[in-house]
Design a protein around this ligand. Structure first.
Ligand code: ARG
Length: 462
């Protein structure tokens, strides 16, 4: 059954029907479609547009339909144009003339705008709670690794020593911002488009505020044309999802590097690694690579919807139906990636010794050695040159600065004394950096406390 056809004299060409139909993907929000219809008829009855008896019959049957789809007794027939047609036709089949009143004062344009908003709102909540779990895992790892020394890098070259807690803390901040972006989007999008009709509102005396509050919105949208043609919130969401993927992807890149035979900073758990069909020795970081790889498809969804929307005149145009498939795919992709990434991080083995060795052998304390000279009266530019000579000496001998004898150090610069060794130990190098945001023990303890407080104060969106 079609929802239209009265003014047509011919059957729709089958290819046209197939091309036009969206039921293969918009059935994903059957629950939201039914919840929206229940709110709509409840409002219609409250406004005296439907009787209470009519409303009760419709609501009861809509609830039956929802339950039957959920438990598999009712199959969504792919022959319908979209999920809206399927639900309405099924309702009419079961309730006759009463069911025909459901669509009073409504268009599929405001209906689909509502369904998509309800669906994405639910998904934003879920993504936010997954991010929260990820942050908890990161914070636990941070708390356990405030003394796990490792090299910090710039240009992928060893730079200055820090700790694993500090390194993970950088990602904590990124995912914390991702959560706050989701919260912003949620707040901005949380207005109900139902009642906008096809584009110009309706002649029925609807109570749009009631519909909005029944569905948990902060209020009705204020322009009916904007209501049916706004997809900004999807663009914002896909942008936020792209940023989450970008963060995950950078983290994955580091995990892949750290997991190499050369680095061995970490070892991924067997349960989160894969093998090779030909090389028996291999244990590959496929999960990290896939998360990195899937970033592309989420970016693709963002580019796609930006392009779809850019030339559309007001108000509704069928182009907008293209807002769904890639958004659904992006949402599912991001959820899957966060979950798997979290499991991978929670189970990987951290090789503290390898990290510390790497920090020691990479001249990451060279800046601190220069600072030592500065503190003993040498001008920084001269100190920089002296330590440069020392590094050259060490490279030739294949040793670290700490391995040089005091005589060797003094032969290059007489200012060095026995306390140099303590001044350039990893522990000192890290713990001297104690202003907030730095890797030092005191600064890290303070930040970890603040992060814990943030998690306690910021429950998942609801
Ligand atoms: N499947 C359509 C969509 O996703 C529903 C709205 C149809 N409206 C219309 N005027 N043809 O956009």
């Amino acid at each position: 059954m079609k929802l239209w056809g009265g003014r047509f004299t011919k059957e729709t060409n089958q290819l046209v029907h197939n091309f036009n139909a969206s039921i293969s993907f918009d059935q994903k929000f059957f629950r939201q479609d039914i919840d929206g219809s229940i709110a709509h008829v409840t409002m219609l009855a409250a406004c005296g547009i439907l009787t209470d008896e009519e409303k009760d019959i419709i609501v009861k049957e809509l609830q039956n339909i929802k339950e039957e789809i959920l438990d598999g007794r009712l199959e969504i027939s792919p022959t319908y144009e979209d999920i809206h047609s399927f639900v309405e036709a099924t309702l009419i089949e079961r309730t006759g003339d009463v069911g025909k009143k459901l669509h009073t004062g409504r268009s599929r344009n405001d209906q689909v705008a509502l369904d998509m908003k309800l669906y994405t709102r639910d998904e934003i909540r879920e993504i936010d709670s997954l991010l929260k779990e990820l942050l908890e895992t990161l914070l636990n790892t941070m708390a356990e690794n405030t003394h796990t020394y490792m090299p910090g890098f710039t240009h992928l070259q060893k730079a200055q020593p820090l700790t694993l807690a500090h390194h993970f803390g950088a990602y904590f901040e990124m995912f914390r911002r991702d959560r706050s972006r989701l919260a912003d989007i949620y707040r901005r999008m949380n207005y109900c488009p139902l009642g906008a009709g096809a584009l110009a509102g309706t002649t029925y005396p609807l109570d749009r505020s009631l519909t909005a509050s029944l569905l948990g919105f902060d209020g009705p949208t204020l322009n009916s044309m904007d209501s049916v043609s706004d997809r900004d919130y999807l663009i914002e969401l896909l942008s936020a999802l792209s940023t989450i993927m970008m963060h995950l992807s950078r983290f994955c890149e580091e995990i892949i590097i750290w997991n190499t035979n050369e680095y061995q900073f970490i070892e991924l758990d067997d349960a989160y690694s894969t093998g090779s069909s030909i090389m028996p020795q291999k244990k590959n970081p496929d999960i990290a690579e896939l998360v990195r790889g899937k970033t592309g498809r989420v970016y693709g969804a963002l580019t796609s919807i930006l392009t779809t929307m850019k030339g559309l005149p007001l108000a509704y145009n069928k182009d907008m139906q293209e807002d769904k498939e890639l958004t659904f795919d992006a949402i599912d992709t991001v959820k899957g990636c966060i979950k798997l990434f979290e499991g991978m991080i929670a189970t990987m083995k951290i090789n503290k010794d390898a990290m510390e060795r790497s920090a020691k052998n990479g001249f990451t304390n060279a800046t601190d050695a220069a600072d030592y000279l500065v503190n003993h009266g040498v001008a920084f530019r001269d100190a920089h040159g002296i330590i440069g000579q020392i590094v050259l000496f060490c490279i030739e001998k294949g040793i670290a600065i700490d391995d040089m004898s005091l005589d060797e150090l003094k032969s290059i610069c007489p200012v060095f004394e026995e306390d140099i060794y303590d001044a350039i130990s990893l522990k000192t190098c890290v713990n001297m950096r104690n202003t907030i945001g730095g890797p030092g023990e005191k600064a890290m303890a303070e930040v970890i406390g603040l992060c814990r407080q943030y998690l306690a104060d910021t429950p998942a969106l609801s």
